[in-house]
Ligand binder design. Structure first.
Ligand code: NHW
Ligand code: NZE
Length: 392
């Protein structure tokens, strides 16, 4: 858009607003790699009082410091009623996938007090864009303490993680944000399915529908006690090869998607209590794995409510249906989430999610999640249904 100046982002190898619609620009890397000897060897300068620190997320103490910084200063919804409350076990899962670099878990702390005041992370990921599998960094958890906002610290954090990623000979990145920056490759709407409507209305997450009573609303969202699909069960370690085959095949239909191998599937999709849940459908006669669904656990702190402090939310992760209708598979996921006491089940309208959202009584959220690639141009913005990548 013409009026907004992006003084930092205009200096970066990303799609610029002025280039939107210019289909003469080739798809692919915007800048070539730099010879490693020419990559800046030393960290960017921070304001005097602060210093860089590599955050060893496996250290209980450091993980607690990161947890607290995020719990108090990370993403809030537009009405500042909720703030993401990523758990420590979730952060260890999100930041230590196969091949991760501790040097990409970057903190800024006050030299005198050693207080952590800012954070940004990268993890390595193979991302396919059309027919190209590109080694990328997935950037996440960018956070500056509320007291240090609007001091242009974020651009320094971004340049420092970029420098450290370059040192590993990686030149592209993927990231998402609720804010519009130069320039989204896709924008997804998020949707919410009430599981505990009474609590959601009490905390102001939802409002009672017009001409609706509370008892009528509870009845509207009621779910069966047990799942309906024969052979529906939790994923186990021995399922990794079959799930990898099923998922790789399914994701091949999307323009942008992760290129998961068996090690990735074991890390990202094997169930871990309070972090990620995965279920599959095994045919009773052929023992073939025909379908798969998964969701991750990301609570939000409820800001300023006397009766409740936490919203327990499940987020749709990767789902594959080849035999069981996706509608039925996702309804079973809702049933499991309800039984496990989640308050709400969230989903983006990417992949084939559009096909079940309305029918399973999801309501549209109040914003969008924008997807970005760094140093990789995509000719024209993708539809959500062309996107097969879920970032945490
Ligand atoms: C090859 C490898 C490449 C790796 C790197 C790839 C790129 C990775 C990019 C990172 C991906 C992260 C993904 C991710 O973590 C998921 S999105 C969640 C980001 N975090 C939050 O929203 C937490 C709460 N907010 C904050 O902590 C601060 O407001 C932050 C730190 C967000 C900005 O701190 P601040 O004190 O409010 O602002 P200044 O320091 O004064 O800086 C202002 C500049 O920052 C630009 N800005 C604002 N929000 C941004 C955002 N979410 N992404 C990118 N840029 C963002 C803004 O446009 C402006 O630049 P401009 O003047 O050009 O417009
Ligand atoms: C993805 N990952 C990078 C975290 C992240 N950053 N910025 C965001 C903006 C929206 C969503 C999001 C994604 C899916 C979804 F179903 C609901 C969402 O937000 C609801 C509004 N909200 C924000 C905070 N608490 C509640 C995530 C994120």
């Amino acid at each position: 858009s013409l009026e907004k100046r992006h003084k930092f982002w205009e200096t970066q190898p990303v799609g610029q607003f002025k280039d939107i619609g210019d289909t003469s620009l080739p798809e692919g890397p915007i800048e070539p790699p730099t010879p490693l000897s020419e990559v800046k060897q030393d960290p960017y300068n921070l304001p005097n009082l602060y210093e860089w620190i590599n955050c060893d997320i496996s250290s209980e103490e450091m993980c607690s410091e990161v947890y607290s910084l995020l719990a108090n200063n990370y993403v809030e919804d537009d009405e500042n009623m909720f703030r993401f409350n990523y758990s420590k076990e979730f952060l260890r899962w999100a930041l230590q996938p196969p091949g991760y670099f501790r040097s990409w878990h970057i903190g800024v702390r006050v030299k005198s007090s050693k207080k952590l005041v800012a954070f940004i992370t990268g993890i390595p990921a193979k991302i396919r864009v059309r027919d190209e599998v590109v080694n990328m960094a997935e950037i996440n958890f960018l956070c500056v303490h509320k007291k240090l906002r609007s001091k242009r610290l974020a651009p320094v954090m971004i340049k420092e993680v970029t420098r450290r990623v370059h040192l590993e000979n990686i030149w592209q990145a993927a990231y998402t944000a609720g804010v519009v920056l130069p320039t989204p490759i896709a924008s997804c709407q998020y949707w919410h399915r009430s599981l505990n409507p009474k609590k959601l209305i009490d905390v102001g997450f939802s409002r009672l529908g017009a001409r609706m009573t509370m008892s009528r609303t509870i009845k509207l969202y009621k779910l069966p006690e047990s799942t309906v699909t024969p052979g529906f069960r939790k994923m186990e370690i021995h399922d990794v090869p079959a799930v990898t085959r099923l998922l790789r095949n399914y994701l091949s239909q999307f323009v942008v998607a992760p290129d998961f191998d068996e090690n990735d599937v074991e890390h990202w999709l094997l169930p871990e209590e309070n972090v990620v849940d995965s279920y599959l459908v095994e045919s009773s006669e052929t023992h073939e794995v025909t379908d798969f669904c998964s969701f991750y656990t990301l609570p939000s702190t409820i800001l300023g409510n006397q009766n409740y402090s936490t919203l327990k939310a499940a987020y749709s992760f990767y789902n594959v249906s080849t035999k069981t209708p996706l509608l039925q598979l996702m309804n079973d996921a809702l049933i499991v989430a309800k039984r496990r006491d989640y308050d709400v089940f969230n989903a983006l309208d990417l992949m084939q999610n559009e096909s079940f959202l309305k029918e399973l009584k999801f309501g549209p959220g109040d914003g969008k999640l924008h997807y970005y690639l760094y140093n990789y141009r995509v000719r024209q913005a993708l539809k959500p249904s062309q996107l097969g990548l879920v970032l945490l």
